[in-house]
Design a protein around this ligand. Structure first.
Ligand code: CAA
Length: 240
């Protein structure tokens, strides 16, 4: 029986590429989303993968929806915490709501899905959790105290949970993408983005599939000895 993988924020951007990569690697994939129903429908029609709609920042909704996925598809052995949002602005302009929303979705979402799935993985003696961090959690970024703090928190969360899962066959790793050609990066003002791309040694934005391939490796049997690591996939922009 194919193992079941849950990908949060799975119907677009990096998440969609991860879903496709895991599907091609033989997993049965459940894609979470919270925004557009039309996009989710289109995603399912194109890929054959099913979707579940909830906000990963909502603890109880996460527990309930993971229970629903497990009832329909079987135990979740793989979780990719990809759901993330930006609410950029300098500290002077950032509201408390913009701080809290980013912390609750980007970092709180990782806690919520882990609470829903880690106990079962530990009990079954096999599991893979991959958390999508960011170059901006490693290096910081002007105008992103919320996002950088949440992504940096993901890197700490990963190392701590990796220690709790290691003895039980559950690996926990992070990927720190650099600037990838998604809608999120397209929202950065063009003049600012131009300056950022000029600092990427590889000389271009990354592609979502380049993140997906790293995720697929970390979810494979071959990666059983890799845990607590952060893999940077950033075109050399930040060598950490
Ligand atoms: N370093 C130093 N100073 C900077 C700066 C930087 N990186 N960026 C802007 N400034 C300065 C500007 O030069 C300006 O200075 P003056 O007032 O002296 O002219 C001042 O800061 C204000 O800048 P803005 O006019 O741009 O201020 P704003 O409030 O309109 O916008 C901002 C600020 C929202 C942060 C905007 O600059 C921005 O969107 N920056 C991009 C942030 C970014 O990279 N986000 C990443 C999104 S993608 C992502 O997060 C995915 C991932 O994981 C990589």
């Amino acid at each position: 029986m194919a193992r079941v993988a849950l990908v949060t924020g799975g119907t677009r951007g990096i998440g969609e590429a991860i879903c496709k990569g895991l599907q091609a690697a033989g997993f049965t994939v459940a894609a979470n989303y919270v925004g557009s129903d039309d996009r989710a429908k289109d995603f399912s029609e194109r890929t054959g993968m099913r979707t579940w709609k909830w906000n990963v920042a909502d603890h109880q909704a996460t527990l309930d929806n993971v229970a629903s996925i497990e009832a329909e598809l079987g135990p979740v052995d793989v979780v990719v915490n990809n759901a993330g949002i930006t609410r950029d602005g300098t500290l002077l302009k950032m509201t408390y709501e913009a701080w809290k929303e980013v912390m609750d979705v980007n970092l709180g979402g990782c806690f919520n899905t882990a609470k829903a799935t880690f106990p079962g993985m530990r009990q079954r003696g096999w599991g893979r959790i991959v958390n999508i961090g960011s170059i901006n959690g490693q290096a910081g970024q002007y105008g992103q105290v919320n996002y950088a703090a949440a992504k940096s928190g993901i890197h700490g969360f990963t190392k701590a949970l990796a220690q709790e899962g290691a003895k039980f066959g559950v690996t926990v790793n992070a990927i720190a993408p650099g600037y990838i050609d998604t809608d999120m990066v397209a929202a950065v003002p063009a003049d600012v983005l131009e300056k950022i791309v000029a600092k990427i040694p590889v000389g271009r934005l990354g592609h979502a599939e380049e993140i997906a391939r790293a995720v697929v490796f970390l979810c494979s049997e071959d990666a059983g000895f890799v845990t607590g690591s952060t893999m940077s996939v950033n075109g050399g922009q930040h060598m950490y």
